[in-house]
Design a protein around this ligand. Structure first.
Ligand SMILES: Cc1cc2nc3c(=O)[nH]c(=O)nc-3n(C[C@H](O)[C@H](O)[C@H](O)COP(=O)(O)OP(=O)(O)OC[C@H]3O[C@@H](n4cnc5c(N)ncnc54)[C@H](O)[C@@H]3O)c2cc1C
Length: 497
């Protein structure tokens, strides 16, 4: 009789348990928290107070794992927004036109998403769920895991015998330490600090705009040496909006009422502040700071058989990229493929961790490349990264990179682009605001539905040699969204009339 134990019942853990239920005779899901009775944030998931959008690649993976989940989310009040068709996006290069592509996102509160997924995944009774139970360590040796130590409801530790342990305990996973305690090898770790601070608040939206509003994203501009400050506003269930303000060191969003509002108003465009003024705040402003990109290379370590790591416990990227839940779903799909190929026997473990890492690779690379590119010239919190340093880890030091001219995830030399290269880069970046093909490429990659930009050479040649499309003004960009434009007309006519 085979038994699998999954540690951590967040999204990665629940989906992993679902996949394992088709292969192990018994699956136990160990969760330190008690799940809330309704769609409410919980203590073990502090990020559940903040905006969580599920991008298209993750939505497809979730539906492949638990068919009908996306429809269930939409039926429970989640919103689907095409990218950039149903979004008002002010990027560093300008406002996007409303182009229709396959890329999209699903927007609802994290609590609703978790509740819908849990009901479908755990409702069948195939998985035994131990709530209020903390994982304390691994049992076994460097060759093989034979169990885990847990404490149920604060009781003294007990040992649970098992053939397979999957760590899904998230960003604060203790697996490197647990592995060291049983004599297994060190786990190499890389952290790339962002210094990014979040502040989030929910609002009851005005009735007519609540569900018709586009997804709104105000990205930071490119002002070298200045903090990068931005905002998002997404519609969520029950006629609410979730507003998240972000800023790098020196530009962190305040968490007091007045400061939060003033920050939104001081951004590159006041649209988010104007909408906040029209809505009713619900609850307090919630801060969040643990946004470091952190990767633990379990696939390079000598892991004991019977052990694997999934989700944020292995690869956690800066949440601004909105990838973590999707990577968790894609990782669970990959686990399902590996189990179909090898079963739950010993041959599963020779390549499993590498296969899971491959699934997270493109999200990791994208996050690191973009976070490096958007370097504001500030010290973006290297101390945070250094604080996590342990034996066997490497921590990326961006100050040193600036000195040595090396950067990127591969440590390749970095050369400043010359004027011609900068011009090409700007032309391409601005072209994606109006070229349907370039936008489809861009959002396809960002939402994890395509592996790489298809690099449509003829389109690139066209935009580089042709006359550039004029950039939209803010008013033109807003006018593309009739409900938003009508609301602004009424509001500003009322204000001036
Ligand atoms: C501020 C913020 C915003 C984000 N926004 C997005 C977004 O827009 N889109 C997106 O796709 N992703 C987003 N993410 C990422 C997303 O939250 C995670 O990637 C996702 O939750 C999957 O994580 P996980 O299941 O691996 O870990 P978690 O969600 O952290 O779950 C870990 C679980 O393990 C439990 N646990 C921890 N330790 C123990 C223990 N010792 N014993 C038992 N149980 C334990 C916890 O209670 C928790 O339930 C965001 C993250 C943050 C921080």
């Amino acid at each position: 009789m085979s038994r699998a134990v999954v540690l951590g019942g967040g999204l990665a853990g629940v989906l992993t348990a679902t996949v394992l239920a088709g292969h192990a005779d018994e699956v136990v899901l160990v969760e330190g928290d008690r799940y809330p009775s309704g769609p409410h944030p919980r203590r073990g998931l502090p990020q559940s107070h903040h905006s969580h959008v599920l991008v298209a690649g993750g939505a497809r993976a979730l539906d492949a794992l638990l068919p009908g989940t996306v429809d269930a989310l939409l039926a429970n009040g989640a919103h689907l927004r095409g990218l950039p068709g149903d979004a008002l996006i002010y990027s560093a290069d300008g406002w996007f036109r409303r182009l229709h592509t396959d890329a999209h996102l699903i927007s609802c509160t994290r609590a609703l998403l978790d509740q819908v997924v849990r009901r479908r995944a755990l409702g069948g009774g195939d998985i035994e769920v131990w709530e209020d139970t903390r994982a304390l360590g691994l049992i076994g040796d460097e060759a093989r895991i034979t169990g885990v130590a847990v404490s149920r409801q604060g009781a003294p530790p007990e040992t649970v015998r098992t053939d397979l342990v999957v760590d899904a305990t998230g960003r604060r996973s203790r697996s490197p330490r647990w592995l060291a305690e049983i004599g297994a090898g060190d786990v190499e770790e890389v952290s790339v600090a962002t210094g990014l601070a979040y502040a989030t608040r929910l609002y009851q939206a005005p009735g007519d705009l609540a569900a018709t509003i586009p997804a709104i994203m105000l990205h930071p501009g490119v002002e070298k040496g200045r903090p990068a400050r931005g905002a998002t506003l997404f519609p969520v269930e029950d006629g609410r909006w979730i507003v998240t303000l972000t800023g790098t060191p020196g530009g962190e969003p305040p968490t007091d009422e007045q400061g939060f509002t003033a920050f939104a108003r001081s951004l590159r465009h006041p649209i988010v502040a104007d909408l906040m003024a029209e809505a009713t705040p619900l609850g307090v402003v919630r801060p969040y700071r643990d946004t470091v990109n952190r990767r633990r290379f379990f696939e390079r370590a000598r892991l004991p058989a019977g052990f694997a790591v999934v989700g944020d416990a292995a690869v956690a990227v800066n949440p601004i990229h909105s990838h973590g839940m999707s990577v968790a779903a894609l990782g669970a799909l990959r686990l399902r493929e590996e189990l179909a190929r090898h079963g739950i026997g010993p041959s599963l473990f020779t390549r499993l961790q590498a296969a899971l890492a491959a699934e997270a690779e493109r999200s990791w690379r994208m996050a690191i490349e973009q976070d490096t590119e958007q370097d504001t010239g500030q010290d973006t919190g290297q101390d945070t990264a250094r604080a996590g340093k342990r034996t066997g880890e490497r921590t990326r030091d961006r100050a040193a990179e600036r000195d040595t001219g090396r950067s990127g995830c591969d440590g390749a030399p970095r050369r400043e682009p010359n004027a011609f290269e900068r011009e090409i880069r700007t032309r391409l970046a601005q072209a994606k605001l109006s070229s349907p093909r370039l936008a489809a490429d861009f959002f396809g990659v960002q939402t994890l539905i395509s592996a790489d930009a298809a690099t449509d050479r003829s389109e690139i040649a066209r935009v580089l040699t042709g006359r550039p499309e004029p950039l939209l003004t803010a008013e033109e960009a807003i006018a593309q969204h009739p409900a938003l434009a009508a609301w602004r007309r009424t509001r500003f006519t009322a204000a001036t009339g």
